[in-house]
Write a new protein. Structure first.
Length: 267
């Protein structure tokens, strides 16, 4: 059992979670997952490899109760004090894992999706809020999207707050970061729909027009899609969500939920 707060294990995890965690995560190609739900999904996932799982006595008990202790994974016992030093949460559950950041390949992703099954992609332009990013990943997972893609300038998808906000969906659906809009069109020939309050097309009509590959684009929380590249906007249809109440707009997580649910109804 690891009991020293100066253990290299502690320093490694803290580096991945610290103020420079983004750089450390990219260098080591690892991220930290905390809590029983995340570990449960990590152990079952075929998309993301789990490298090591740190457990307190209580954490090991929780995993044992769900038959999640396996010789296939490296479980490392740590004291409560060590877990407290490692974790990013106020009330840790006693389970924490180091997972490998998947090195996803867009070309391979499209090549392995068999036609004529429809492909639905959720694309987020410079999304900044970790909670929103986690929520939209969870939403895309819930409504059967084939992938979630984020533009350059978006929040780090593998930061602790985003990982927690996905509530396990991070392990269910392919995630691609730093994807330029033109890449998707070039690779897949996707039909593009951009959500905009002043959209020319109603959502229901847009859903009916989905091609075999559809990309639903959502803009930045503050600026919307106003600064999307002109090349993309010229090839996209703008879509409005009908609203009968007095609200001026919806936040990105709410808009994505409505749109992706509607898009799923035709698949």
């Amino acid at each position: 059992m690891i009991t020293s707060l100066h253990s290299p294990h502690v320093e490694r995890v803290k580096a991945l979670l610290g103020s420079r965690g983004n750089k450390a995560r990219r260098q080591e190609k690892l991220f930290v997952a905390e809590g029983l739900q995340s570990i449960r999904e990590a152990l079952a996932s075929s998309l993301i490899t789990t490298q090591a799982i740190y457990v307190t006595e209580h954490g090991r008990q929780l995993l044992a109760e769900e038959n999640l202790i396996s010789e296939d994974f490296d479980f490392v016992d740590v004291s409560d004090a060590v877990m407290a030093a490692m974790t990013d949460t106020v009330t840790p559950q006693g389970v924490l894992a180091l997972c490998e950041i998947p090195q996803s390949n867009k070309s391979e992703f499209f090549a392995h999706i068999r036609q004529p099954h429809p492909i639905r992609i959720a694309y987020f332009w410079q999304i900044q809020d970790p909670g929103n990013a986690g929520t939209v990943i969870r939403t895309a997972d819930a409504f059967g999207c084939n992938a979630v893609m984020f533009s350059p300038g978006s929040v780090d998808v593998f930061s602790p707050k985003v990982v927690r906000s996905t509530v396990g969906s991070l392990w269910h659906i392919p995630i691609f970061e730093d994807v330029e809009p033109h890449e998707i069109v070039e690779i897949s020939g996707a039909k593009i729909f951009v959500t905009d309050g002043a959209g020319e097309l109603e959502l229901a009509a847009a859903v009916k027009e989905q091609g075999n590959v559809a990309m639903w684009v959502f803009g930045n929380e503050a600026r919307g899609v106003s600064d999307l590249p002109a090349e993309l906007l010229s090839r996209a249809q703008t879509v409005a969500i009908p609203m009968s109440g007095g609200a001026e707009s919806l936040n990105i997580a709410s808009a994505a939920s409505i749109v992706l649910y509607s898009a799923s109804l035709s698949t």
